[in-house]
Design a protein. Structure first.
Ligand code: CUA
Length: 155
């Protein structure tokens, strides 16, 4: 079979790009610890209101430079709707839903998770600048979806 020279050249470029980008993904995952948001923990969605720590959602200090934020996403609000976290601290967000699938997206950050009933989604972020960040639901969850938002105060 005869393959034209230019076609061969493009095949080589394609294979090199593929290997290069797969290599970057492997390097990011293994040496930089970059992973997608986790959905490792499970929770009974009918018992979110009585399951610690989601029975008292909010922010907890877990170290000198680390806090955890537990947030319940339900139609059509986040509880608590406003949370305050310290600037420069690693914040690990844990979110779950007692009803339907919601989104958990913090504007101007890489925090973007699906919140699925029965699962606890988590992602970490360090806010380097103080300010007010918008938390929004970016999964269509019903007629009030566009009202579903919250606020992250970084001080
Ligand atoms: Cu919750 Cu859209």
């Amino acid at each position: 079979m005869h393959i034209h020279r230019s076609e061969k050249a493009w095949l080589i470029v394609g294979v090199i790009s593929l290997v290069f980008f797969l290599g970057i993904i492997g390097w990011a995952a293994i040496s930089e610890g970059i992973t997608p948001p986790s959905h490792i923990q499970t929770i009974d969605p009918t018992k979110v209101a009585v399951t610690p720590p989601f029975d008292h959602p909010g922010v907890r200090k877990v170290g000198d430079h680390a806090v955890e934020a537990y947030i319940v996403a339900r139609t059509f609000s986040f509880t608590p709707s406003t949370i305050t976290v310290p600037v420069g601290t690693i914040v690990t967000f844990y979110a779950t839903s007692p009803d339907v699938v919601h989104g958990f997206f913090i504007a101007d950050t890489a925090v973007n998770m699906m919140v699925i009933p029965g699962w606890v989604s988590s992602a970490s972020h360090r806010f380097t600048k103080p300010g007010t960040y918008l938390l929004m639901c970016n999964e269509y969850c019903g007629v009030g979806h566009h009202y579903m938002s919250g606020t992250i105060e970084v001080k």
